[in-house]
Design a protein around this ligand. Structure first.
Ligand SMILES: Nc1ncnc2c1ncn2[C@@H]1O[C@H](COP(=O)(O)OP(=O)(O)OP(=O)(O)O)[C@@H](O)[C@H]1O
Length: 293
């Protein structure tokens, strides 16, 4: 049985067709990243799975339970943080996470021990101050810790690492992978393709309310016909398909030797900013522009 399944989800808001037939699945124990441009339909999809929104057509199931007809069964098995959610301001992170767990039926002592464990995992163990005086990143960590601490079977995280610094982001990745190992399945959204490349088992790419493809990060990168890329300052002649970045450009190559030839053809070696392999961000842009079809 899959953790999540959606078939032909349609959702309209007035004239806006937010979802135009979204189909996707996440296996049990898998972390599925839902990625796509602003307004693509990521949050709408998550809100349908979490029983916050009814689809106009199509079906969605969580652990086999229909999100409309069996919403109570779904709610018992999930934990969700919406985008930009703000917790109780006057509580400390420890009190906040403890309260969330107690509301889900945990005893006080177990809830507090669990709260400490996950706040510690996210580097917030010394935060005994009320949430209202914490930095934006510390608040975000408290909210993510609350969701992970629930041990719910399926976790939904809408941009959990938005605004977090590089080190904390890695702590969150570690905590997410730990949660998967302990038996949860996770659907998360992110705009950071570097993050998706590291943390996701599979990535569903959504654009204008339709899922374009759903595959492992590596399989998505392999869809790109190029293997290498270089960022160069403008100055030498560039191929016609170079991506214009104002005074710089990204140039793609099918092989290392093509990259080498290009670098040696530059009129000034100082024009080369960086060179390396293509990654998920390149695949994302390639696939969104209709490549690979
Ligand atoms: N409650 C609503 N009322 C009207 N339109 C809505 C509502 N919620 C979403 N939409 C519209 O539906 C479309 C999809 O929005 P959604 O929030 O799902 O996108 P998203 O992929 O999560 O975007 P972002 O990356 O910016 O968070 C957008 O055009 C948005 O304006």
């Amino acid at each position: 049985m899959n953790a999540l399944e959606a078939e032909g989800l349609v959702k309209r808001f007035g004239n806006v067709e937010a979802l135009r037939g979204v189909s996707l699945e996440a296996r049990k124990g898998e972390l599925l990243v839902l990625a796509g441009p602003n307004g693509a339909g990521k949050t709408t999809t998550v809100r349908i799975f979490t029983t916050n929104l009814r689809p106009d057509a199509g079906e969605a199931r969580v652990l086999g339970y229909d999100v409309v007809r069996e919403y109570r069964e779904v709610r018992r098995r999930i934990a969700y943080i919406p985008q930009g959610f703000e917790p109780f301001w006057e509580h400390t992170p420890e009190e906040y996470v403890t309260a969330v767990l107690m509301m889900r039926g945990w005893s006080f002592w177990e809830a507090r021990a669990q709260a400490k464990r996950w706040l510690d995992a996210l580097g917030l163990s010394d935060a005994r101050r009320p949430i209202r005086v914490l930095s934006g990143g510390q608040v975000r960590r408290a909210v993510v810790a609350a969701v992970l601490a629930t041990e719910a079977e399926v976790l939904f995280l809408d941009e959990p690492t938005e605004g977090l610094d590089v080190e904390v982001r890695r702590e969150v990745w570690r905590a997410l992978r730990e949660r998967l190992r302990d038996g949860s399945s996770i659907l998360m959204t992110t705009h950071d393709m570097g993050e998706a490349e590291v943390v996701a088992d599979r990535v569903a790419l959504i654009n204008s309310g339709v899922v374009l493809c759903q595959e492992s990060p590596r399989a998505l990168v392999e869809k790109v016909p190029y293997r290498y890329r270089a960022v160069v300052k403008k100055g030498s002649p560039l191929p016609a398909d170079a991506v214009d970045l104002g005074d710089r450009a990204i140039v793609y190559f099918r092989s290392r030797s093509e990259l080498g030839e290009f670098v040696s053809s530059l009129s000034d070696p100082g024009l080369l900013v960086s060179a390396g392999s293509v990654g998920l961000e390149d695949a994302y842009l390639f696939l969104l522009r209709g490549g690979g079809r």
